[in-house]
Design a protein. Structure first.
Length: 142
């Protein structure tokens, strides 16, 4: 299973780490340094999945997710938070429609599994995300 993943994180080191791990598994990876850049490139590259850090300059990950959900063309795009999240961040993520999360620091295998599960959501394009959000590493709603 391959797909295009938009990785959004203000840390170049983290972007590179995520890119390498996903490319080794056959994914195409495009990166952005913050939420504002994500919103600029998302339509041009048409990703299958977006991963977002929470704490970023200009536009944080949760506000970026809310803006993606508010646009008809990206409303159903699978979104995962990959961040050192607080319980409040997870609750806010769930309220804006984030589909999954992975806590930093993360195991590369968990990252790949999360992206694969989100791609399955994308292909299935079903309603009613139902995975336990916030339960263990790599939780996914769907």
């Amino acid at each position: 299973m391959s797909g295009r993943v938009l990785v959004v994180d203000d840390s170049e080191v983290i972007r590179r780490l995520i890119r390498v791990n996903l490319e080794l598994e056959g994914f195409e990876v495009v990166t952005a340094a913050d939420g504002a850049e994500c919103l600029e490139v998302v339509h041009r590259i048409a990703p299958d999945v977006v991963t977002l850090d929470v704490m970023m300059p200009r536009l944080d990950g949760l506000r970026t997710a809310a803006r993606l959900r508010a646009r008809p063309e990206t409303a159903r795009l699978p979104i995962a938070i990959v961040s050192a999240c607080t319980p409040a961040d997870l609750a806010r993520g769930e309220s804006v429609g984030v589909d999954g999360y992975l806590a930093k620091p993360f195991d590369p295998g968990d990252l790949v599994e999360l992206v694969r599960r989100l791609l399955t959501l994308r292909m299935r394009d079903g309603d009613g995300f139902a995975y336990g959000f916030g339960e263990g590493a790599g939780g996914v709603r769907g």
